[in-house]
Design a protein around this ligand. Structure first.
Ligand SMILES: CC(C)(COP(=O)(O)OP(=O)(O)OC[C@H]1O[C@@H](n2cnc3c(N)ncnc32)[C@H](O)[C@@H]1OP(=O)(O)O)[C@@H](O)C(=O)NCCC(=O)NCCS
Length: 170
């Protein structure tokens, strides 16, 4: 895609990442946080990005446009007897939805998983998030169950779908 670069996020991207998280948090109620972003300092974010970079089972990718992060995805590996599995997340800033950036990030993430012996990728997604579920199903994820009232926003409860991609079968 024109003008979009996908590359691994590194410790030096911490400040931009914190800014980006606040932006996407304010644009959607599909994430675990709102416009305040995640409660982390730049130093903590730097450390987190360093840990992801050093771990074979975890990675953070950013979609960059004109020097700004416009989307990201991550893979966080589990330890010990769960080390064949990782959890993922994905988000794009609203002005860039439906331009194929989410799909580009998914492809990069799945390629990373295959190359690093991650056999199963799992995620949870709001049951009414049809856009995201469409993208996940396009890449082979299956719904394996519903978690009732996973989010509470104000007084409203939201169910989530558990989804799962088994790379052993492909
Ligand atoms: C979900 C999200 C990451 C998708 O990213 P994106 O860059 O818009 O995705 P793409 O452009 O690659 O693909 C969008 C696909 O969804 C489809 N789509 C869009 N709205 C849809 C809807 N309401 N129902 C079903 N499919 C829909 C598009 O047609 C497109 O399909 P295609 O690839 O088969 O042509 C993005 O919308 C987002 O960040 N949302 C807010 C955060 C979020 O919900 N993250 C997921 C948390 S689990």
């Amino acid at each position: 895609m024109e003008n979009i670069e996908i590359r691994e996020l590194l410790p030096e991207d911490a400040e931009k990442m914190i800014e980006y998280l606040k932006k996407i948090g304010g644009e959607t109620d599909n994430l675990t946080f709102g416009k305040e972003g995640l409660p982390v300092t730049i130093e903590q974010e730097r450390e987190f990005l360093q840990q992801s970079h050093s771990s074979r089972q975890s990675v953070q990718y950013g979609a960059w446009k004109c020097g700004e992060i416009v989307g990201h995805c991550n893979l966080s590996g589990f330890p010990r007897r769960m080390s064949h599995r990782a959890e993922m997340s994905l988000a794009i800033i609203k002005s860039q939805w439906n331009k194929g950036i989410g799909s580009m990030l998914m492809e990069k993430l799945i390629e990373y998983a295959r190359q690093n012996d991650i056999e199963i990728i799992q995620l949870e997604v709001r049951s009414d998030n049809e856009n995201a579920i469409h993208v996940y199903e396009k890449y082979g994820f299956r719904r394996i169950g519903t978690i009732p009232a996973y989010f509470k926003i104000g007084n409203a409860y939201y169910d989530f779908e558990m989804m799962y991609l088994d790379l052993r079968q492909q």
